[in-house]
Design a protein around this ligand. Structure first.
Ligand code: ADP
Length: 362
């Protein structure tokens, strides 16, 4: 959407000239003829910057600037003051009241437009940083909350178990919570390693052993939704991966398949062997993903519409994508809303990697 600029100017001709040049640059404009109108306009419109004349009737531009800086909507708006007063004292006064820039009349329209562009670009950068920081904070809060829940379960059930003659019945929730905590920590440590430019050491792993091991953890835990994981057409095959990362890929995809599917549904894991790679497809009967969001779900913090009811931070698939790529593999998804999703991930076979120098251990 085009940026919207508030022109605060009591002189008709000046206001019209500014409006004409700003609109020529594709900005939308709102004009206020005095200080009161300017303050109202900031409350009522979604503005991106203010051009503020100082010499206004009644409320001066200085006053307007001060009031805007104290209001929630005006405190971070770029304000450029325009005035016939060009002395140093006026400039300093404008800037100390919170204006971002200052132009003395008569000003060059070219210079004014450049200043507007510069302040809008800076504001965009600040908005992006703020949005990113908020997303990071939400994700961090989610992880802390999940970790705390897991520790509460582990601590609570283990202290009860210690007092019982047969503590085995208390082990299931402890086991599930510990696996969840481990998964959160793996996500966090693998993510920080890859995002800071690090690589993952590769080793040869039997894909069948790895899949069975992960599926057993899911079956051993509390299966409140009574979902079943079915492994199809498996044949032993050795792949060249980082064991923790490959495991985490599977854990994240299976957790999502469970999270986004209903009670008693089934999840299938298919195995497909190609000359150089092996692919695993995790297919569920869950809510599915809207087609127009399929390319976005691997972005950091992205959550598809309708996911609000399910707990999450929008990090799982982003991490899966990073991990798979770092091991030379690929991930794809197909989905139908209301019918389910299939995530297919490919890993490089160990014998293919030994012929390829790029697949050599890190
Ligand atoms: P989270 O599950 O924490 O939101 P993810 O990065 O794992 O984050 O997934 C991103 C989004 O992709 C989810 O919010 C959800 O909308 C969608 N999604 C992922 N896996 C599935 C699935 N198996 N079924 C339906 N939607 C899914």
């Amino acid at each position: 959407m085009n940026k919207q600029i508030l022109i605060v100017e009591d002189e008709n001709d000046c206001a019209e000239l500014l409006r004409y040049h700003l609109q020529k640059e594709n900005y939308q404009t709102v004009v206020a003829r005095n200080g009161e109108e300017a303050i109202d306009a900031v409350q009522c419109h979604k503005l991106d910057a203010v051009l503020l004349d100082v010499m206004l009737p009644e409320l001066s531009g200085w006053e307007v600037c001060r009031i805007l800086r104290e209001s929630s909507k005006g405190k971070s708006l770029p304000i450029i003051m325009l005035t016939a007063l060009s002395d140093e004292e006026s400039r300093v006064k404008g800037l100390s009241l919170g204006a971002d820039d200052y132009l003395a009349k008569p000003y060059s329209m070219k210079e004014l437009l450049l200043k507007v562009r510069k302040h809008l670009d800076r504001q965009d950068a600040v908005r992006q940083c703020t949005a990113r920081a908020q997303e990071q904070d939400t994700a961090l809060q989610y992880m802390i909350h999940e970790m705390r829940n897991a520790m509460t379960v582990i601590g609570g059930y283990s202290s009860v178990a210690l007092k019982k003659a047969d503590p085995r019945i208390y082990l299931k929730p402890i086991h599930t919570a510990a696996a969840h905590a481990e998964s959160l920590l793996n996500d966090a440590s693998l993510l920080s390693r890859l995002e800071s430019g690090g690589s993952l050491p590769l080793e040869t792993v039997d894909i069948v052993d790895m899949v069975r091991d992960v599926v057993d953890t899911f079956h051993d835990g509390t299966n409140k939704k009574r979902q079943e994981i079915v492994i199809m057409n498996f044949r032993p095959c050795r792949i060249r991966v980082n064991r923790t990362a490959a495991r985490q890929v599977l854990v994240n995809l299976l957790s999502n398949a469970k999270k986004y599917s209903s009670q008693s549904s089934r999840i299938w894991i298919y195995f497909d062997e190609h000359p150089e790679t092996v692919s695993l497809s995790i297919k569920d009967e869950g809510c599915g993903i809207p087609q127009d969001e399929l390319t976005r779900i691997f972005r950091k913090y992205y959550r598809a519409q309708g996911s609000e009811r399910v707990k999450g931070a929008g990090l799982g698939l982003y991490i899966v994508h990073l991990l798979v790529k770092s091991m030379g593999g690929k991930i794809t998804v197909t989905s139908e809303q209301g019918a389910g999703s299939t995530f297919t991930v490919s890993f490089v076979k160990a014998d293919a990697a030994s012929h390829d120098p790029a697949g050599a251990p890190a």
